[in-house]
Ligand binder design. Structure first.
Ligand code: PHE
Length: 451
């Protein structure tokens, strides 16, 4: 796509933005982070941050993108010429680079499962055997690097060709199918013995489990699932026609995301307790739990395969958006440059991600701050860089954009009640930055030092 091109349909934009948002964040990351951060209480805080901070900032990014019709760097330059605000765009580019480097490792794990399931290697095993097979495969350096490469390769080819518009057509079938398979999965999961323990874990907020780390993780999770804070949504909305209702689009993306998060939680946690697995197993959680549930279904492995393919698709559409924003900034709409830079950046991301791919195997002992490299990259992106990016956007919008102009931009499709607009503005201008600063400072222990 180049700058002057627009999404082929109104739905196209929503589907692509939703495609960027819905991915590993809701399906893989949410269950694992909720699992280590106290379950229900984490879900509640996550929900709060998503509605009160994530949603307003998603809309803010849409406004920046559509009002300027520029890429993630230029957009800031157009609004605030001769200032350094465009560094927000560069921060997004760097964040997406690191993010994609470990995202692709997890994407590779899905590919491993697709191969194993298709070859019938996962038929009828028990929970310990599933965990063993998975552990052995991801600790094998050759396998984990190869599938990480494969995932990056698909991403590079699609972004290099600039055919994301074509992908949007596929999403129309794949996304609803994913919902259907989730429903099947949940029915099976909820009818397992002891399933109620999982429901309680997911929805019952135990306030004694609140920690500074958990609050920050919930904040990071809400940005991660919505793709907010890295200007990806600025770039995507730059192609949106003025007739698209931005607020409705943002709201539908937020709702879909929350819905998927609940589906993923309902699919995973009942099974975790039923099979005697540990909710706090970390990033491997989903992969250890899922085969057990599918194994308990008639034609289970067939459904598992179908589920994995849709899951891979969801992960890829998010990956496309990460590489797209970087390449978009460099290639600036030039088709030839786009292809070349997709390869250069994509391969650089692959190489940068190799340590993450090895951190569940031969580099497991190589740790920073008591974390393996994969976890360091994940933590840096989700809990530091994305919140900082989001904070800067929440300061940028009220500081550099005229309120009346924003109001007009949001109303280009039809009138919006002033009170609603006012409410959103207060969330962006005051609530978001204050909350993000409070959470970050809380983590650094600054409050404890002051008081
Ligand atoms: N929202 C995506 C997911 O949940 C991840 C993502 C973050 C994509 C930031 C683009 C930018 O999987």
């Amino acid at each position: 796509m180049n700058q002057s091109e627009q999404w082929s349909t109104k739905l196209g934009f929503i589907l692509s933005a939703a495609g960027s948002a819905i991915g590993l964040g809701a399906i893989w990351k949410f269950p694992y982070v909720a699992g280590v951060s106290g379950g229900g209480i984490f879900f509640l805080i996550f929900l709060f941050f998503t509605l009160v901070i994530g949603f307003p900032l998603l809309l803010a990014e849409f406004v920046i993108g559509r009002s300027t019709q520029q890429n993630a760097i230029q957009a800031y330059k157009v609004i605030a010429p001769n200032t350094k605000w465009y560094y927000i765009g560069y921060l997004g580019v760097i964040t997406c680079f690191i993010l994609l480097s470990f995202y692709s490792v997890v994407g590779g794990w899905i590919i491993i499962y697709i191969i194993n399931t298709a070859l019938g290697r996962l038929n009828g095993l028990n929970a310990a055997e599933y965990a063993d097979i998975f552990g052995q495969t991801i600790s094998n350096p050759l396998i984990s690097i190869s599938v990480h490469f494969l995932f990056m390769l698909i991403t590079i080819i699609v972004v290099g060709k600039g055919v994301q518009n074509g992908i949007e057509k596929a999403s129309k079938i794949m996304m609803p199918l994913l919902f259907i398979l989730f429903t099947l999965l949940i029915i099976r999961s909820l009818t397992l013995p002891n399933a109620s323990l999982g429901i309680k874990f997911l929805f019952y907020p135990d306030f004694s489990k609140v920690t500074s780390e958990g609050i920050l993780a919930a904040l990071g999770q809400s940005f991660f699932t919505l793709s907010v804070g890295v200007s990806v949504m600025v770039a995507y909305s730059s192609y949106v026609p003025k007739t698209t209702n931005l607020s409705k689009s943002a709201l539908s993306i937020v709702c879909m995301n929350i819905f998927i998060v609940i589906l993923a939680g309902l699919a995973i946690f009942p099974a975790v307790f039923s099979f005697g697995l540990k909710p706090d197993s970390g990033p491997v959680l989903l992969f250890q739990v899922l085969p057990n549930v599918f194994n308990q279904m008639t034609f289970g492995m067939f459904f598992f395969l179908l589920f994995l393919i849709l899951f891979l698709f969801a992960a890829l559409t998010s990956a496309f958006s990460m590489l797209e924003i970087i390449v978009g900034v460099i290639a600036k709409g030039n088709q030839k440059l786009r292809k070349k830079w997709s390869w250069i950046i994509g391969l650089a991301i692959f190489i940068f991600g190799i340590p993450s791919a090895l951190s569940y195997g031969i580099w497991a002992d190589f740790q920073l701050f008591d974390k393996i490299i994969f976890d360091v990259a994940d933590y840096l992106v989700s809990n530091i860089l994305m919140p900082i990016g989001a904070l800067l956007i929440s300061i940028f919008v009220p500081a550099k954009m005229k309120k009346s102009m924003i109001y007009e931009e949001l109303q280009s499709e039809g009138p919006i009640p002033k009170a609603l607009f006012q409410g959103w503005y207060v969330l962006v201008r005051y609530v978001a930055p204050i909350a993000i600063i409070l959470v970050l400072f809380d983590l650094l222990g600054i409050w404890d030092t002051i008081f």
